[in-house]
Design a protein around this ligand. Sequence first.
Ligand code: ADP
Length: 261
Amino acid sequence: ISFSLSLIFLFLALYIGKKMTNQAMRPIIHSFDLQQEFIANASHELRTPLSVIQAGLDIIDLEKNSLSSFSTETLSDIKNEIRSTTQLVNDLLFLTRSDASQVEINNTEFELNDFLLNIIRPFQLIASKKHQTLTLQTNKPILIKQDQEKLKQLIYIFLDNAIKYTPEKGVITIQYNLNDMQKKPKLNIEILDSGIGISSSDLEHIFDRFYRTEKHRSRTEGSTGLGLSIAKSLVSVLGGSLTVKSQLNKGSKFTIKIPIK
Ligand code: ADP
């Protein structure tokens, strides 16, 4: 009897426990969904006025010769602000969509060296302004199948950060290797920089949304704290993983591992 009673109590406790957890969780999940929906809608609605403002500024820009130098400078400031706000809005929209697993994967075949060389070219220009060297360590040509756009967006985030967080004359390298000995071949891409590095206490937070280390909490550097959380979402959409190793004042190494065909 006591065994049966304990079994009944156990089931009863489990049932009540589950019900309470469900009830307690429902408002949390519900409010999270509402929050996501609100961010998605607000970001979406903001895109139209932003593109109208951008178009208006482009028209004024055509007549900038007739503007005073003060107005030209103000125009350029407004354009920069609009560009970063548009980026922020796009980032927020991407994050809410990727959360809802509404991201479409578009796999195509391409040659990896050419793909990476094309990606780094514009960054080499930006890096050269800081007298940094940015190089790609190429391997023999190889065709892979992946979502080019997402992979490109992912590498952009790391290169952008590497340049931003590496002082003048620093060195940035991008290298890759293929691990095709396994059943599911993987591409490992590493982005290394000789920059300011990240402390171990910050390392565990840098992939969180809006997280910026103490030093970079000003918006002047175009820092929003969203880049790495987008990278994390992109990698998970591609079915891969992300790791980072870093040492303060020495530099950082970000490794992207993604499955390829
Ligand atoms: P953002 O660069 O817009 O601030 P991220 O999410 O890309 O946002 O990065 C989060 C934080 O991680 C940055 O604010 C910066 O402090 C740190 N970080 C990212 N990449 C690097 C890097 N390569 N070197 C040093 N710190 C970095």
